[in-house]
Design a protein around this ligand. Structure first.
Ligand SMILES: O=C(O)C(=O)Cc1ccc(O)cc1
Ligand SMILES: [Fe+2]
Length: 382
């Protein structure tokens, strides 16, 4: 495991502020959005579709504190063609990760000059609440990044969106889940593509390497992977990039790449200030999580006994909820992974709480991957 201390040169112009929102292209946006609301504690936030004059594309925006997910579907047979083809190839998945930025034109221009592929040049979108400036570039696989400058906009989401058509009377009856922001978004790559993708972020967006693990540290009896995390200068945006490594059986990363049809977003990690409360509530809502065996906790208690950190949370509660703990001498993190969010073995979610620890759970990888492999074997994919 490597932690890097060099944030690289500070960009002379342009600043990445944070994840802005994540756009999913799915077969049935209405139902997907409802699922994330019911199971994960989001609320309907904005809408565009036929009723608002959007003839080809429908979008349901849902929100939980600073987390915004946009579920989009095509409305017409084969139009927009790109959406139709995306759905046939990838199934439901993340199409775009949007970042809120300052000085969008500088960021876009630098990325294009350095070799990034443009999807949409900078343009303005306006309504009665002001103007948003946007631009989009291609990243790994069919995934894109949109840059968003909201400094001249006072509206709730983006121009063109209206309030949701309906309120869902079930949602206020469900327990409050308390997810607050996106901690990181992970991209899976085919074999040998992790380094070129990490290099792409360094070169074109002026991100830097933040953390990495290689397959010598990261393997089970059966499968292995490598991971490199890139971050913006301010380290508000973190993007781990994974690739499979050769092992006795099929790496979970390879399974993803096979089923998604190439590189794409594997998981979105969302943070909470109280993971015990959050996971209790999400389990009450019927959300399923990956399960680790009780032996993980026996081992963890021993390892923590020899460490200077003390975990504030009740270990019995963590064990009951199957929350994982990773730590070093200075701090620790608590994390847990959902089961797959759709039928294809592609996207899942993570819930994370950090206590002075900026890693990604390397100490958990073995137990975690064994849990993934149990599910993989059930699918006939190990
Ligand atoms: O690196 C991360 O962000 C993790 O949360 C750990 C992890 C790495 C690779 C996987 O396939 C699943 C989980
Ligand atoms: Fe993660």
């Amino acid at each position: 495991m490597t932690t890097y201390n060099n944030r690289g040169p500070k960009p002379e112009s342009g600043k990445f502020l944070d994840f802005d929102h994540v756009t999913f292209w799915v077969g049935n946006a209405k139902q997907a959005a409802s699922h994330y609301c019911v199971r994960l504690g989001f609320e309907p936030f904005a809408y565009k579709g036929l009723e608002t004059g959007s003839r080809d594309v429908v979008a349901h925006v849902i929100r939980q504190d600073k987390i915004f997910f946009v579920f989009m579907s095509q409305l017409q047979p084969n139009i927009p063609k790109e959406m139709a083809e995306h759905l046939v190839m990838h199934g439901d998945g993340v199409k775009d990760i949007a970042f809120s930025v300052e000085d969008l034109d500088a960021i876009y221009k630098r990325a294009i000059e350095r070799g990034a592929v443009s999807v949409k040049e900078p343009f303005d979108e306006s309504d009665e609440h002001g103007t948003v400036r946007k631009a989009t570039i291609q990243t790994y696989g069919d995934t894109t990044h949109t840059f968003i400058d909201r400094s001249k906009y006072k509206g709730e989401f983006l121009p063109g969106y209206k309030k949701p058509l309906h309120i869902d009377s079930l949602l206020p009856k469900l327990p409050v889940t308390g997810l607050v922001r996106i901690d990181h978004i992970v991209g899976n790559q085919p074999d040998q593509e992790m380094v070129p993708v990490a290099d792409w972020y360094e070169k074109n967006l002026m991100f830097h390497r933040f953390w990495s693990v290689d397959d010598k540290q990261l393997h089970t009896e059966f499968s292995a992977l490598r991971s490199t995390v890139v971050a913006n200068y301010e380290e508000t945006i973190k993007m781990p990039i994974n690739e499979p490594a050769p092992g006795k059986r099929i790496s979970q990363i390879q399974e993803y790449v096979d089923y998604y049809g190439g590189a794409g977003v594997q998981h979105i990690a969302m943070s909470t200030p109280d993971i015990i409360d959050t996971i209790s509530k999400l389990r009450e809502r019927g959300q399923h999580f990956l399960e680790v065996p009780d032996s993980y906790y026996d081992n963890l208690r021993k390892r923590l006994g020899n460490s200077p950190v003390s975990v504030k949370e009740d270990m019995n509660q963590l064990q009951k909820l199957k929350i994982l703990v990773d730590f070093d001498d200075k701090g620790y993190l608590l994390q847990i992974f959902t089961k797959l969010m759709q039928d294809r073995p592609t996207l899942f979610l993570e819930v994370i709480q950090r206590h002075n620890h900026q890693g990604f759970g390397a100490g958990n990888f073995k137990a975690l991957f064994e849990a993934f492999e149990t599910d993989q074997a059930e699918r006939g994919n190990l």
